[in-house]
Design a protein around this ligand. Structure first.
Ligand code: 5GP
Ligand code: ZN
Length: 134
């Protein structure tokens, strides 16, 4: 665990999150400022700053979980599709220096946007429960 890392604190349960999946190595929870309804972040519990300093085993396990969580989200939310994003470095838009994959559900036609939105906490809670239940 890295002391000043917000996602390590979430993984340790020191900061609350709306969990959708958890196992020994992996945690998935809703993004607090979602791009779309049901935007999930998937992280390894072990700290690495980005994809480049992540051990092979951690990354291999994580990618399979990203796929599984995306399948759960799609089934729960009924979205048409989803984007998987993974930012490395400030110029790429990485704001939290703990490896994470975004799963961004997409609904119907319209432009694909990557803008953060303010979320209603009750809605996040309900969405997390719905995805976790799949
Ligand atoms: P990045 O831009 O680094 O790829 O994405 C970081 C994401 O983490 C952002 O979408 C941001 O909304 C989300 N985020 C930052 N702090 C927290 C937090 O404390 N809890 C949750 N659930 N999401 C967070
Ligand atoms: Zn961390």
């Amino acid at each position: 665990m890295k002391n000043d890392c917000v996602f390590c604190a979430i993984a340790a349960g020191e900061i609350p999150s709306f969990k959708v999946y958890e196992d020994d190595d992996t945690l998935a929870y809703l993004d607090i400022n979602p791009f779309s309804k049901g935007h999930v972040l998937v992280i390894p519990k072990a700290h690495s700053s980005c994809i480049l300093d992540t051990p092979d085993e951690t990354l291999s396990k994580l990618v399979l979980k990203v796929r599984d969580v995306a399948a759960k989200a799609k089934a729960a939310l009924g979205c048409d599709g989803f984007n998987i994003l993974q930012n490395n470095g400030e110029s790429a838009g990485q704001t939290v220096k703990h490896l994470h994959f975004h799963i961004v559900p997409r609904y119907g036609a319209g432009p694909v946007d990557f803008e953060s939105h303010k979320a209603d906490m009750e809605e996040l809670k309900a969405l997390a429960e719905k995805i976790a239940a799949v």
